[in-house]
Design a protein around this ligand. Structure first.
Ligand SMILES: Cc1ncc(COP(=O)(O)O)c(C=O)c1O
Length: 423
């Protein structure tokens, strides 16, 4: 009884709710102690790994696909799920939306909770009013999640997709985009970071150019949140689809769409449901629909998972506890460390990720010279490393991603194994 009372108090609830009376706590809601700030830099990150249910094998180098969640996120979700399923109060995520928006320094009315980046991209691709012949700029290196929604819109509505092959500097990539802009250009829908080589595009500069020409920016931000100390207002984009299941280390199946206040009415909500509206009545003749809520909340619909929203908030707390800036710096440091190691192996591989610092963040992609990327990828798998093979954009390469749970020791072990495989 004592533990149940503690748990309910821990959740900020009294015991007076009758539906909670029979609740028994079946687990201990605790997470490992956070690494001390007194620790030396590398020791701090070694300790950080203990926050995650990650073992020593395989060595996880694939956050670009999926970022495992720390215990604090998992425990928050277990608590929330137990509470919801014992009380029957599944609630809504209005409170969480406020906290999530605040993490990105934006208004809650600009934050729509989605299930993955692709959902946010579909909301943008179908919601922007476009007619046949209107042009959208993308790269040749898109992930399926940013390619297919636009290809689908092109198939049905005859919009024209204009692409460019990414170059290796921010200046060149801005140039490539400027070359494609003409009077028919209506949207720039490039990724913040490509899934292929981990190239970082100069989004703030791209948005600046787009704004001056009345072009909408609809950014695929799958790799933005949690990797950068992201400032969505400073980026200056109209729309940004991000996710929580990569660099945010949040629950899988969680994401968001940022809709800048001034862009809200430029996006038609194709899919809506309960709470998207300001009123409706099917008993009038004809039935009436008053309109949409004056918020990006209009893009959420139906029953949402409170547990996942609670997990998202826990992920923001995890990032805040370390410090967003410190995380970005660590990611850049590890990326440079790995790059330096790969450069030493450059007789055996081609590095495809740009060397320019601003064009990289936490992903590195290379192509082996003396074997196919599939053989190399499989050998790395057998040697105990979780990496990603990259067929997109015919890049045919190996991608390695490093996050807060990775250490320089792990990078060293990877380089030793890679050298052996390529020799
Ligand atoms: C650049 C990019 N865009 C979009 C996606 C799709 O993301 P999600 O699985 O969250 O829909 C990914 C996934 O890896 C990606 O790397």
């Amino acid at each position: 009884m004592q533990s149940r009372r503690n748990f309910l108090q821990h959740l900020g609830l009294g015991l007076s709710l009758p539906s909670l009376a029979a609740f028994t706590l079946p687990f201990s809601p605790s997470s490992p102690a956070f690494p001390s700030l007194e620790l030396k830099e590398e020791d701090y990150w070694k300790e950080m790994k203990k926050q995650f249910p990650l073992g020593s094998s395989p060595i996880y180098l694939n956050t670009g696909t999926f970022g495992p969640a720390p215990y604090s996120v998992l425990n928050a979700m277990v608590e929330s799920n137990l509470l919801i399923n014992s009380s029957g109060e599944y609630g809504n995520s209005d409170q969480e939306r406020i906290q999530l928006a605040s993490f990105f320094g934006i208004k809650p009315t600009e934050f729509s909770i989605t299930h993955n980046t692709t959902e946010g991209i579909n909301i943008m691709a179908w919601g922007i009013p476009l007619k046949a012949g209107d042009e959208v700029i993308l790269t040749t290196h898109e992930h399926a999640g940013n390619a297919l929604p636009w290809l689908n819109r092109a198939k049905y509505n005859g919009i024209v997709l204009r692409t460019f092959e990414p170059k290796t500097t921010q200046e060149e990539n801005l140039n490539e985009i400027q070359k494609l802009i003409n009077s028919k250009t209506k949207v720039i829908a490039v990724p913040h970071v490509t899934c292929t080589t981990g190239l970082v595009l100069p989004i703030a500069e791209i948005c600046n150019v787009a704004k001056s020409k009345g072009i909408l920016t609809a950014i695929d931000g799958a790799h933005g949140a949690g990797a950068f100390d992201l400032d969505l207002y400073a980026l200056g984009c109209d729309l940004y689809a991000g996710c929580f299941h990569k660099w945010m280390c949040g629950p899988s199946g969680t994401a968001f769409l940022f809709v800048k206040e001034e862009s809200l009415e430029r996006l038609i909500p194709i899919m809506i449901g309960g709470h998207s509206d300001t009123g409706w009545d099917m008993t009038t003749d004809p039935p009436t629909f008053a309109g949409y809520v004056p918020s990006a909340r209009r893009f959420d619909y139906g029953t949402q998972s409170k547990t996942l929203a609670v997990g998202m908030v826990a992920a923001t707390k995890f990032h805040t506890q370390i410090g967003k800036e410190r995380i970005q710096t660590r990611l850049q440091t590890l990326n440079q460390y790995l790059l330096d190691g790969l450069l030493e192996l450059n007789s055996k591989l081609d590095i495809l990720t740009p060397l320019e610092k601003e064009s990289r963040i936490a992903l590195l992609t290379f192509r082996p010279k003396n074997m196919t990327y599939q053989v190399c990828g499989n050998e790395l798998g057998k040697a105990g490393f979780r990496i990603r093979q990259v067929p997109e954009g015919k890049v045919n390469a190996i991608r390695v991603s490093t996050h807060v749970y990775n250490t320089k020791e792990e990078v060293d072990a990877f380089l030793v194994a890679l050298n052996r495989i390529l020799t």
